[in-house]
Design a protein around this ligand. Structure first.
Ligand SMILES: [Zn+2]
Length: 280
C-alpha cells in the first residue's frame, strides 16, 4: 500500500462536457429515440427495452436515495509509470478520456444511502478507457473499502470494465492483489460487500475484486468473463455455447447469485443490505 501512496500524482482540472444533441439512434432496434426520454427511463430504450451504458453518475443517481450521495473520489491521476505509447501516448489518451467524461479516471466512489441503508459505493465508468483498472482505480476501490470499514457501512461495487489497463502494465495487474487484500479486511470487519456486474465485467476486474462479493448480482444483459470469446475459441479449438459469457451462463454455473433487471436493482440492493443489517 505504501508503495502506491508515495507515488507522484498530478492534479488537473476538467471542464464539463457539452452535449446538446437531442436524439440518439438505438443500436438494437435502429429507431431514433428522444435522448431525454431515454435518460428518464434509466437509459433503457423506450422502443425495444435495450439497455444503454450508464455513466457512473447516472448509475449512482439510479441507486442511491436522492441527495444522499457524497463524492469521496480524490483528485488523483496516474503518472504514467511506463511512459507508455501505442498509437498515441498514454498521457494523451488519459487527457482525452478526462475531457470526454469530466472524470479523472474510470471510477467514482462515495457514501450514500439506498432506501435509508448506509453504503459506500464504487461505480465504474466504461466511457473512460473501457472502464479499465489502473493504479488510480485500484487505489479508489481500496479507499472506498477503507471508508466502509471506518464508518461501519456496507460496500457496493458496480463494475463495467474491460479489465486491467494495459497501458500501466504490471502496475495495473498489481491492483488485482491490492484490492483483494483490502477486501479481506472488509470481511474481517464483518461488513458486507455486494458486487454488481454490468455489461461488460471482464478481464482483471472480473478475475479479482468483482467476483469477491458476498452477494454477486449481474444486471440483465451483462457480459461476464475473463478473455474474449474469440480468443478462447481459438485457444481451445472448440465451439462455445451460444450464450457463453452471458449473465444466464454465469448463473447456471454458480459464478453469480442473481440476475436483476436494471429497473429493479435498487430494490434488490436494499433487500440484500437489509438482510445483512438484520443479521448483525
Ligand atoms: Zn431500441
Amino acid at each position: 500500500m505504501s508503495l502506491f501512496k508515495e507515488r507522484q500524482y498530478l492534479r488537473i482540472r476538467v471542464d464539463r462536457e457539452a452535449d446538446d444533441s437531442l436524439w440518439m439512434k438505438c443500436k438494437s432496434c435502429g429507431e431514433l429515440v428522444f435522448k431525454r426520454r431515454v435518460r428518464e427511463n434509466n437509459n433503457v430504450c423506450p422502443n425495444c427495452g435495450e439497455y444503454f451504458f450508464l455513466t457512473a453518475q447516472e448509475r449512482i443517481d439510479s441507486l442511491v436515495d436522492p441527495g444522499s450521495f457524497e463524492n469521496l473520489t480524490e483528485p488523483i491521476v496516474t503518472d504514467d509509470p511506463l511512459g507508455f505509447a501505442d498509437n498515441q501516448p498514454y498521457t494523451q489518451r488519459l487527457r482525452e478520456a478526462q475531457e470526454k467524461t469530466s472524470l479523472l479516471d474510470a471510477i467514482v466512489i462515495g457514501r450514500g444511502t439506498i432506501q435509508s441503508l448506509p453504503v459506500v459505493l464504487g461505480v465504474m465508468d466504461f466511457r473512460f478507457i473501457g472502464g479499465s483498472m489502473g493504479s488510480v482505480m485500484g487505489e479508489h476501490i481500496c479507499r472506498a473499502m477503507e471508508a466502509a470499514i471506518a464508518e461501519r457501512r456496507a460496500f457496493v461495487l458496480v463494475s463495467s470494465s474491460g479489465g486491467a489497463r494495459i497501458q500501466e502494465g504490471m502496475f495495473s495487474l498489481l491492483q488485482m492483489a491490492k484490492t483483494v487484500i483490502v477486501r479481506r479486511r472488509l470481511a474481517e470487519a464483518g461488513l458486507p460487500f455486494i458486487s454488481v456486474m454490468t455489461y461488460p465485467t471482464s478481464g482483471g476486474v472480473q478475475a479479482s475484486i468483482a467476483s469477491l462479493g458476498d452477494i454477486l448480482i449481474a444486471e440483465k444483459g451483462a457480459l461476464i468473463g475473463f478473455a474474449g470469446r474469440r480468443v478462447i475459441q481459438q485457444t481451445i479449438s472448440q465451439d462455445l455455447p451460444e450464450h457463453f459469457q452471458t449473465e444466464t451462463f454465469a448463473l447456471e454455473r454458480g459464478q453469480i447469485d442473481r440476475v436483476v433487471r436494471r429497473e429493479e436493482l435498487r430494490e434488490e440492493l436494499a433487500l440484500a443490505l437489509g438482510f445483512f443489517v438484520g443479521a448483525r
